[in-house]
Every structure is written in C-alpha cells, then in structure tokens.
Design a protein around this ligand. Structure first.
Ligand SMILES: [Zn+2]
Length: 328
C-alpha cells in the first residue's frame, strides 16, 4: 500500500471551488456562456496571479445557477474525491450563492445537493456533510441572514457554520452574532484565519467566534505561545498545504509549517481547499507531504484519525468512518 491508496478524510473543501474544469466547461456550453479564456491548453483552470485567480474562480462559478446545477456539481465533486480515496468529506456551502440568502430557496438547493450526495454515497461509499459559510467581505449584516439559513437547516446533514472570503475584510469580532446564533442552533464552528492574516487573526477567531477548528491557521507558527495554546486546547487546523504553496503563502512544500505545527503537538489535518484551481487532489497532497517531510503511512493514519475525530457529523457516522479507516 502507498500513501495514495490510503482512506482519507477531508474537512476543508469549497463546493464551488472543487468544480472539475470539464464539468464547468460542459455547463457553460449548455448555457451558451463563453468561458474559453479561463482554461489552459490541457483543459485546466488558467490564471496568472492571485487577483487573476479570483476572477477565474468567479467566472467559473458564475454558471452554477440552479439547484439542479448544484446537484450535478455535487455528483462531479464526489466522483473526484472518491477516486482520490476520500471516504468522508465536509464541504463549504453558502446560501449567498445558493438562493441569495432566502431560506426557502436555500432549502431547495440543499435538497438537491443532499439527493446527489446520497446517490454518490450509495455508488462510491463516500459520505458528505455540509458546513454553511458566510462570506466575510459581504459584511456582518449579510452574514446574519446566512446564519439564519444555517440555523433553520441545522441537523444531521448541515453540521457546521463557518466564515470564508477575504480574510482582510472587516474584523472577525463583527461576526459574533452569527456565530452565537448558529452555535445555539447546535452547529459546530470553524473560521478561516491565519492564512492571509497573521497569528492575531487566529486568536480573534478563538476569542471572539469561539470556534473549535480553524481553516488554515498555519500562520500561527509565527507565534509559538499561540501554537502551544492550540496544542493544549486541542484546536484542529484544517491545513491545505497545496493551496498555500500555489497562492504563495509559502515558497515551497518544505517551507510549509505543517510539519513543525504537528511536531509541537497541534492537531493538523490535510485538505485541498479548491483542488482543481490549485491543480491538486488529496492524493497529490499526500504524496507531496510524504516527499517533503518523509512522512510515512503511520503519520497519515494518525492524520486521518485526527480528521475523523474532528468531523462535525454525529457520533454514529463518525464511528462508521473510523471503522473504515481501520480497515483500509
Ligand atoms: Zn478555504
């Protein structure tokens, strides 16, 4: 067995950002939208720098417009994940893009996505759960509406709430209401921080939003007292090394702090973020990490178990996933 064949658990995946380029190309053709400028000669997404990446991302996702589109997206995404050995995945979904924060419309998108996820589970054995995210640069007021959608649909499938988007827009403190509201509705919490923002952004997420997981969080390494706090409190980092390297947060894989964080006792997990945009897969992440840090199967087993234990799903689902990891 190689690390690529191991069963994997992924906790940090943006649903639209996981859209395979071939799927988006097909959808654009059906809708007669010209997206030819965003693909390279091999059919992958093409962009020059971070700003261009944002434009390409927006263009690609602009063709996802209806519950049916999201159902088909779900099928396409889960096929890719299952092929990479992922047995359980949590995906970020946003009522901002699914129904414009209208609860009724959001429920329709959600029903379509869940139906496709159930079919994928039956076919490939992969289990999917959803985390609703508000979009930081849309501001705190829209986040409240998004949080209300999340609270309305909280349950055995929508299991968490989080915040994504531009880490430098506004203060995390302004989103406390949304996080309190969704916590009261029974949702588990995560927040993007410590990717573009420094260690102080990770402290803000812990102190103000009181999250149990941090999306990225890797720049905590710049403040060792914070690293020790993460380790002591058992805060889980959803680390996406390939994304960080491609976007230039770190110059190369060996410069990435995931190994140092882990050595100092932080619970790290591995995810792909927006995989086709960063030309990665879970298999690629595993292989690159194995090469960069000489990680063996034991390390990846530990990471998969940590990820399953940090999953926001119910205990019965988690036990099922842990059993599958033991068998793999
Ligand atoms: Zn992310």
């Amino acid at each position: 067995m190689t690390v690529s064949d191991m069963a994997k658990v992924e906790l940090h995946l943006h649903h639209e950002g996981a859209a395979p380029p071939a799927f988006i190309r097909g959808l654009a053709a059906e809708k007669k939208v010209d997206l030819s400028g965003i693909f390279n000669e091999h059919g992958g997404y093409h962009y020059k720098d971070f700003w261009d990446f944002l434009k390409v991302y927006e263009a690609a996702t602009s063709v996802l417009q209806t519950p049916e589109d999201y159902a088909r997206l779900t099928t396409a995404v889960l096929e890719e994940s299952a092929a990479a050995g992922v047995v359980y995945s949590e995906t970020f979904l946003s009522p901002d893009f699914c129904g414009d924060r209208d609860v009724g419309a959001w429920r329709e998108y959600l029903a379509a996505i869940r139906e496709a996820a159930d079919a994928a589970e039956a076919e490939h054995g992969i289990v999917l759960r959803g985390i609703v995210t508000c979009i930081r640069h849309f501001g705190p007021q829209k986040a409240r509406e998004t949080a209300a959608c999340a609270a309305e649909t909280a349950g055995d499938w929508i299991v968490g709430f989080g915040i994504a988007g531009d880490e430098n827009a506004g203060a995390l403190e302004d989103f406390v209401w949304s996080f309190d509201c969704t916590r009261e509705a029974g949702l588990r919490l995560t927040a993007h921080a410590g990717e573009w923002g420094g260690p102080e952004s990770v402290r803000d997420a812990l102190d103000h939003l009181r999250v149990e997981r941090i999306g990225h969080g890797v720049r905590a390494i710049e403040d060792l007292a914070l690293v020790d706090r993460l380790a002591e409190d058992g805060v889980v980092l959803e680390v996406c090394p390939g994304s960080n390297v491609v976007l230039g947060v770190y110059s190369d894989w060996r410069a990435h702090p995931i190994h140092r964080l882990r050595e100092r006792g932080v619970k790290v997990t591995v995810s792909t973020d927006d995989p086709p945009f960063f030309h990665t897969t879970m298999v690629n992440e595993y292989n690159r990490l194995a090469d960069a840090f000489e990680w063996d199967e034991g390390v990846f087993e530990d990471i998969a178990r940590t990820s399953a234990e940090a999953a926001f799903c119910d205990v019965a689902t988690k036990d099922k996933i842990l059993k599958r990891l033991e068998r793999s």
